[in-house]
Design a protein around this ligand. Sequence first.
Ligand SMILES: Cc1ncc(COP(=O)(O)O)c(C=O)c1O
Length: 375
Amino acid sequence: MKTYYFDNSATSSPKPEAVYSSVGIAVREYSANPGRAGHRKALEVARKIYEVREKIANFFGVRNSLNVAFTANATESLNFAIKGAIPEGAHVVTTNFEHNSVLRPLYYMRDEKDIKLTFINTYLDLEKAITPETKAVVMNHISNVNGTIQKIKEVGDICKKNGILFILDASQSAGYIDINMERDNIDILCLTGHKSLFGIQGIGVIALREGIKIEPILEGGTGSFSKLQRQPKEMPEMLEAGTLNTPGIISLGAGVDFIQEIGIENIKKHEDGLVLKFLEGLEQLEKVKVYKSFTENQAPVISINMDGVDSGDLSSILDEEFGILVRPGYHCAPLAHEAIGTYETGTVRFSFGFFNTEDEVDYLLQTLKNIALQI
Ligand SMILES: Cc1ncc(COP(=O)(O)O)c(C=O)c1O
């Protein structure tokens, strides 16, 4: 059966051809361990990784590429940031739209390090939530439940004005919206490589603004400073304990090249067109409740529920009978469901990517219409 993939918030699929071939080349030709030996093959890999580090730094406006570290995913980056940079006892402002990869480290910090948490819905409520004890803001750029886009430049400016650390989870936005650490006043940028950046799974990034203090929570071999008892304080080694994921890093480089060839604004325009078409179509459907962004800007991630149908059942019908692949349930973001009123039911989530087409959205809308008529 032909399939229609609307689960790009979970991971982008398909990837650009150049990403597929980059992984083959990486496994075959860049197979030595970078930084673990001085021989020519190891040095070639180290150079390749350096190239991608520079590419990532340029893409996200990181002034010094040495402040970019490769991690396994956003979850690891966020654990590094939240547990390594937020001081004990601090007051922290965050949002109800956070993923568990933010919430769980924050709850750990609340329970073990006595931090106090204030939850807001959007950046518009940020200033009111700040107290003299506020030391950090941890915020999701785009909600993976309803596509709420937070204005990060406004958040960054408020944080800068108040001397507050700004940790951004850009997992859903990197590769879709232009992000610049310097311009947007982001102190720690955390992201995953396998969504809109088109990398393979198992690669993430943490980038620090110059001068940001962070304690490494993972320690181990770095291929350098071998006689040091403790983890080196130099970036990127400080946050890169253990052998790096060379194929993942190289795939991320190929993904960023692809985005730059197409132009990030063209990618956004295409995806925004799809989500607008979907929303307009949904408005014609009775029995469908739509959960949209809480701000004026909508990302290409929409949740719905259909009267009388469980979100899991609707997803199964879409998959089994129509080849439409979506995600039901809670999307690892429990507080978002309290905010939108779906804590008991979850939602069916549709997330569009660059390779989706208008024809696919027509098919999706027609299918939802037919299902709604039958129940
Ligand atoms: C907003 C958000 N943050 C963090 C993550 C975690 O990404 P990863 O599982 O790649 O660590 C996700 C993944 O779905 C996400 O949507």
